[in-house]
Each structure stands twice: as C-alpha cells, then as structure tokens.
Design a protein around this ligand. Structure first.
Ligand SMILES: C[S@@+](CC[C@H](N)C(=O)[O-])C[C@H]1O[C@@H](n2cnc3c(N)ncnc32)[C@H](O)[C@@H]1O
Length: 480
C-alpha cells in the first residue's frame, strides 16, 4: 500500500493499482504522477483546415484575447488567455471563429488519435470509414477533415448525446458523412465492410478523476473490468467489420491496463494470427501534459470467426433523390439567388434537402452514395440545407455561411457591438418604421446574406411587417 502521508485522502486502491502496474520501484515517478492529477492542463484547440488555413487563423487570433502556441500536432494549438475575463464574447466558445466552425476545442491527447490513423496527413483516397462511438463529434469532424474524399459513417446510440453531436458536425460544416443510430455491437454484422475504423470507446472516465481528483474516490477495479468486457466486445465487432489488410484505431481516455492493453490482448488471443499491433501509446499527464489517453492501431490480417445473432439489416427508404417537381422549385430558387450547387449531390429525407459534395466522377460518386444509402440505416446524410414547406424551399441558415447567394441582398453588420447584439439573439434592423412601406415594394427577396467584415456568416429571413431580420441563430451557440 502506498503510504505517502500527503496522499492519504486519495483512493488507496487507485494508488495501489497504478503502483503495481506502472510504478514498481519508481516512487519518484509515482509521486510526479499523483501530483499531476487535478492540475489544470492548458486548453487546446484544433483548427479546421477544411475551412481556413492555419496562418490566416493565427493572424485573426492574434487580435483576440488568446495567445496561441504550437503543440506536436500541426493544426492543434495551446490557447491561453491574456487576462482573466468573464464576458461571453471573449470566450473561445462564443468567438465568431468558433461559430463559423474554424476550430474545435479539443484536448491534445484526444486530438492525436485521428492523426495516428491517418499517419499525419490529409488522405484524399475515397474510403469507407466508420466512427463507431462518435458523440460529441470531435473525432468525426476530424475524420471528415483528414479524409475529404471518403464517406464517414458516424454512429451514436445514446439519444441524449445526439443533439450535441449533430450540432458540432453542422458547425464544422462536414458533409461527407452519414449518421447511424445503431447499437454499437450491431456493426459486427457488416463483416469486412470498412477501410478504416475509429473506436473511441466508452470508458471508465478516469480522466474526469484526473481533472477533479475527488472523483477518483469512485475508482474501483471491479467497475474497470466490467467496462473492459464491453470494450472487448465492441472492439471485436469493429474488427469483424474491418476489411482484411486495413487498419483501425482503438482509443480510450483511461490509463489503466484493463481497458487498454488487456482489451487488445484478449482480442489477440481469441483470434490468433488475425491481427498485428502497429502502434501503441499512452499519454501521461505528468509526462505529456495531457489528460490520460491511450491509442492502439491494429491491422487486420485475416478473417475472424465471429457470430452475431441474426438481425436484419434495413435501410432508410425515405432518403430519395429529388423528384421532378422538387428539382424545379430548387432550380428556381438557385436562379433567383444565383446559387451554384453543381458540385453537390442532393437527396431528400422527409422534407429536408441534404447535400453531399461531389468528389471525383459525378456519376460514379452519385452511384456510390446511392449504394451506401441502401447499406446503412442513415438518419442524417451530408449537410441539411433546405426544408420543403408546401411549394417553397426554406433554406437552412447555414446556407449563408457555407455557400454564396450572389443575388441575395446583403446585410453588413457594422461593428463588433452589433455582432454581439446579433449573437445574443436579437433581430437586425434593416429599415426603420418610416421605410417599411418602401421595403414591401422594393425588396422581392425574403433572404439576406448576413456579413461581417466581408465574411459570409449567416442567412437571415426578413419580416416585412417589422423590417427586421429574424434571429434564428441556433440557441446552443447564443452568447449568454
Ligand atoms: C469517448 S466517447 C466518444 C467521443 C467522441 N469520439 C469524440 O471524439 O467526440 C465514448 C462514446 O461511447 C458511447 N457509449 C456509451 N455507452 C456505450 C455502450 N454501452 N456501448 C458503446 N458505446 C457507448 C458514448 O455515447 C460516446 O459516444
């Protein structure tokens, strides 16, 4: 039993486990490790290079309240505040750059897993990729960035975590994606289907204990082993659905061996000679200055003997290409606003129009997407850009951020004060009361392209009775 008096309030079982497994005869390192728990680690952000080049982002951010400094990942930066402040507009979360999807607040160790999968590059090959447990979406959006020409099936089965996941994926503007709502184990049915898989597994959340040490009092080996059993099953299902000769990445935000090496070793001994471990790394808070994190890259060499109860695979028959009438209304909209969608494949699901960027040969790509729709029960596909209401297309407000509506009237937000007013949920005033009459006559258009400092930020619809642009800014991003 570890006997340092000053740690006597810590969970002794936790200390004993880590001593026996990692710090035998290394009392100084154990001490460093224990001291590092509960220390605040520097916040890191990941720049979305799909939307902005790193240099431009850095020069924009120089003017903000944060200092950026590099990490070992080229598009991940430490972001430290210049000063202590509480005003919402100065917080990273509410900065315009965050709202526009230019970056994601993501922990450094956790940001690394996708890099280990992609070998630190943007891979433009067209793969079919699975992100098996994806909420809140940090790694899904990262996969979409690193594999721009691939299709990513992002799965989440916890319905309470879906809204946040969707909101993050929409904010980051990923469109090469399709969301499934399968029980995670169900993926075992898709034998040898995916070229790449990320299983960022549910875990015992040791890292929460590292952040708030008090939480470590709940740590116990029985619980850890129970979670490891689930992780082993998930990993086996994932590996069954991986194609032979391809690789997957298993990661957790824990440090104990049960949920990491032991899970991997269990798979290796259950299916001898079927896999090769290509890489393993554990991120330690006292060495790497990150939360605890573990990554393991596995290559599949052979098929495995895997059984799953027979359950029918169905697909979402409601996702369809646009019919003639819908195409016609859409063409009219595109003509009226001079909106160019020729690079997109469009589908309709219930009343929503979904867009996926075309890559490579248009007909081939469209056929591939068609096949994917018939393979998985997708509940969301690409970017949702319109809703059909009767005979009208009502655009999603992201349209004004991700596309240019060249003929829409522009509303230029004049300064940071007005931007703040808008991002707090207020309506923008286009004309005063005296000019309302002229608005009815002069403007045929319902939609305004909202701009700030020459940048498209949103699409707004005007209320012609009041002369104001309605505020439909997503409530979760409102500055409060
Ligand atoms: C570590 S989080 C994933 C984080 C995410 N990949 C990201 O980067 O933002 C673990 C995921 O496991 C999911 N999960 C929870 N219970 C599960 C279970 N019983 N089986 C499989 N996954 C589960 C959670 O809903 C969550 O999406």
């Amino acid at each position: 039993m570890y006997s340092n008096q000053k740690d006597k309030n810590m969970n002794q079982n936790f200390i004993q486990y880590f001593t026996e497994n990692f710090f035998q005869n290394k009392p100084e390192e154990l001490d460093l490790f224990l001291k590092s728990l509960g220390k605040t680690i520097k916040k890191t952000i990941r720049i979305n290079t799909n939307k902005i080049i790193i240099k431009d982002f850095e020069s924009r951010f120089k003017k903000k309240w944060y200092i950026l400094s590099p990490t070992f990942i080229s598009n991940v930066f430490y972001a430290e505040r210049w000063e202590n402040f509480t005003d919402p507009e100065k917080r990273l979360w509410f900065s315009l750059e965050h709202l526009l999807g230019y970056f994601y607040i993501q922990e450094l160790g956790a940001s690394s897993s996708v890099h280990y999968l992609t070998e630190w590059k943007i891979d433009k090959n067209p793969y079919l990729i699975l992100d098996m447990a994806s909420s809140p979406g940090g790694k899904t959006t990262q996969l979409a960035e690193h594999y721009p020409n691939s299709f990513i099936v992002w799965n989440e089965f916890d319905k309470w975590r879906l809204a946040q996941l969707i909101s993050n994926v929409e904010r980051m503007g990923s469109d090469n994606v399709g969301l499934t709502y399968y029980n995670w184990l169900f993926f075992g049915k898709f034998t040898e289907t995916f070229d790449r898989i990320l299983l960022d597994a549910p875990c015992s959340w040791e890292w929460v204990g590292f952040k708030v040490q008090n939480n470590l009092k709940y740590w116990n080996i029985k619980n850890t082993k129970k979670i490891a059993e689930l992780q082993s099953k998930l990993l086996e299902a994932a590996l069954n659905s991986l194609k032979i000769g391809w690789e997957m990445l298993y990661s957790t935000c824990t440090l104990n061996k049960e949920e990491n090496e032991n899970v991997v070793n269990w798979i290796l001994s259950k299916h001898p000679n079927c896999f090769e471990i290509m890489f393993e790394k554990r991120f330690w808070p006292h060495i790497d200055n990150t939360w605890g994190f573990f990554v393991c890259k596995i290559k599949k060499l052979k098929s495995i003997n895997y059984k799953i109860k027979d359950k029918e695979i169905t697909y979402n028959t409601y996702i369809k290409p646009l019919n003639k009438k819908e195409n016609e209304i859409l063409s009219n909209f595109c003509r009226d606003y001079w909106l160019d969608l020729k690079d997109y494949i469009l589908y309709i699901f219930k009343q929503e129009v979904l867009a996926i960027k075309n890559v490579g040969n248009a007909d081939m790509h469209s056929l591939q997407i068609q096949n994917l729709i018939k393979k998985f029960y997708l509940i969301k596909l690409g970017k949702k850009i319109w809703r059909i209401e009767g005979d009208k297309f009502v655009p999603n407000f992201y349209l004004g951020r991700d596309f240019e509506l060249k003929l829409a009237p522009k509303y230029e937000i004049k300064d940071k004060k007005e931007l703040d007013f808008y991002l707090k949920g207020n309506e923008l005033i286009v004309v005063g009361n005296a000019d309302l009459h002229s608005l009815h006559i002069s403007s045929q258009s319902e939609f305004y392209q909202i701009k700030f400092a020459n940048e498209n930020i949103w699409l707004g619809s005007i209320n012609k009775e009041t002369g104001k642009i309605r505020n439909v800014f997503p409530v979760q991003w409102l500055r409060r």
